[in-house]
Design a protein around this ligand. Sequence first.
Ligand SMILES: Nc1ncnc2c1ncn2[C@@H]1O[C@H](COP(=O)(O)OP(=O)(O)OP(=O)(O)O)[C@@H](O)[C@H]1O
Length: 258
Amino acid sequence: MTTAETVPAQPVLRVRGLGWAVGGAHIVSEVGFDVAEGEFVAVIGPNGAGKTSLFNLISGLVRPTAGTIELDQADITDTAPHRRARRGLGRTFQSSSVFPALTVAENVRLAAAAHRGTCLRIWRKAEADNEAWAATADALQRVGLAGRAAEVAGSLSHGDKRKLEIAILLATDPRIILLDEPMAGVGVADVPALTDVIRAVHRQEGRTVLMVEHHMDVLLGLADRVAVMHHGSLLTIDVPEKVMANPVVQDAYLGEAL
Ligand SMILES: Nc1ncnc2c1ncn2[C@@H]1O[C@H](COP(=O)(O)OP(=O)(O)OP(=O)(O)O)[C@@H](O)[C@H]1O
């Protein structure tokens, strides 16, 4: 239940009646919510609640069997994932997606170059290369990995790999970012630095963020609203204090600490 005062007036992302059924199993059912430009929405829920499936639907990795998705008031329900990315929708994955044998900088540059188009006419190529390297340096600077640019990505700690994934994303300059458990596998010592990077991407750069995250202590300092998924449905979406105090949400977690 979205309360009236928390419904954004001009949503950048609008999901209506979204459903995904596979072989008769309803993985996602009747999910609907709006996200305002510049908002930070955390997505929580017990294991198997459908959080990653929801991200797969929004990013276009899977096709919904019901409902619609709008980006900037345009229907993108049937739009291919790469076209959604071009319209400013970027995402990271729960498991690491970096190329371990390439350097940190090469990982970012590949994304930057792909975003700028790899089949440009020859006279535009040098210019595009320069732009891609500039975007790479900038993205690495913003996540605090500028000093590690020449290192092989496979040698980075989990925390630094997560920062690298965010740099890869930033190099494509998305306006709306879906982060799927960015803290997964990250050591406790690395969590504050990674949280600062995500906060800066949201607050300083003004990007809209949706983030699946289990750790409420991480979310509370970041999220404007929290969406709770349970058995594929959206239980509630509201400000963190109301969600934390909601007995239905506490029941959904069966006593797990929120
Ligand atoms: N392609 C698929 N085919 C069949 N079932 C699937 C498929 N993808 C996901 N599921 C099932 O859908 C349910 C929701 O999965 P999903 O990964 O979206 O949950 P989640 O909330 O992200 O879980 P976690 O917190 O464990 O990552 C699970 O029971 C999962 O096994």
